[in-house]
Design a protein around this ligand. Sequence first.
Ligand code: Q9C
Ligand code: ZN
Length: 366
Amino acid sequence: MIVLYDPDTLLHDTVELVGAKIRSALESPARTRTIVEKLSESGEHGLRTIQSPLTSDDPSELKALLSIIERTHGREYLDHLKNAFDQWRAEQLIEQHENILPECFVYPTKAHSDPRPPKDLFARAGYFAFDMSSGIMFQTYRSVIASANLASESVSYLLDFKHSHGAPSVFALCRPPGHHCDGNRAGGYCYVNNVAVCISKYRSLSVSGEFARIGILDLDFHHGNGTQELYYSDPQVFYASIHGEDEFPYYTGADSETGAGDAVGANLNLPLATGSDFGEYMKKLNQALIALRDFRPEFLVVSLGFDTFHLDPLGSFQISTEHYALIAAGVRRVLADLPTVILLEGGYALEHLGENVKSFLEGWEA
Ligand code: Q9C
Ligand code: ZN
């Protein structure tokens, strides 16, 4: 399988609030580094390095990517991601090596339903975020664009392989991850929703365009609140997620959330109790796969997190390295005829991340 990587994704390196302490974020450049190392040493996977349009001489490449991202992300939010650090620097609110964390978040009130971005620079960081795991440092925007570009390019690769035998698949080593971003807020280490970038790109390139039926399978340990939000009323997109019950992001992911309007029935949440083992996981996976198959999509996006691993500092499922091959094979068995883009989301057990990715890819290709 083709695996896409961009060294610019290593630049973002920030902090998060854990309990009462500020620490280096678990979502770190070392994650991608260890995966790339593992895939390079085994040599059997088609690892390809591509270049972010931010480093290209041709400005039309960046314009094209931004127009794809802007289909689902607010212009003011994207400007914030791009400019916040430099604005804080210009006002001497921050040193070059420091990180922006939010102060005050938007909260529900009875008085008004459409809060506006505040002028105050400190306050803006909170307006455009929903937690304190989404710091901004001086290179964040470069990695965010590189990550979104990997998602976008994976669709281009996929459609180029249309005439090959069997359904093609591409794996994008996105970092930062994306599934917690709803297009207007950063959170849970996510700044741009890479699944949404894939879908917008697919709609812009494929023959069926806006009429394309698309499936999303979210296998990260956490519920993909951002992805769910973006497609909650879209009857052309089916979102299925298996995630830890009562875990981050806490306020979404219940099985009662089934979609809205014409899209009722196109959102399937399968929460799993803390400590669930592989057998319990596979029951939920098969439910998700059957629902996705019955939706008859022509294109599949997998949000792939490895924080379901038994040693993950943020997860609580009992999944081991060998299980990832079985999970991948399970997906392939039911949805083998679907062109598929796989996007990296979470996974924080650094010493095992490389072998877990490798196991998944081997199971996928078996
Ligand atoms: N006490 C993804 O896996 N909270 N995001 C961590 C640590 C945020 C996880 C706080 C967890 C976000 C993509
Ligand atoms: Zn996660």
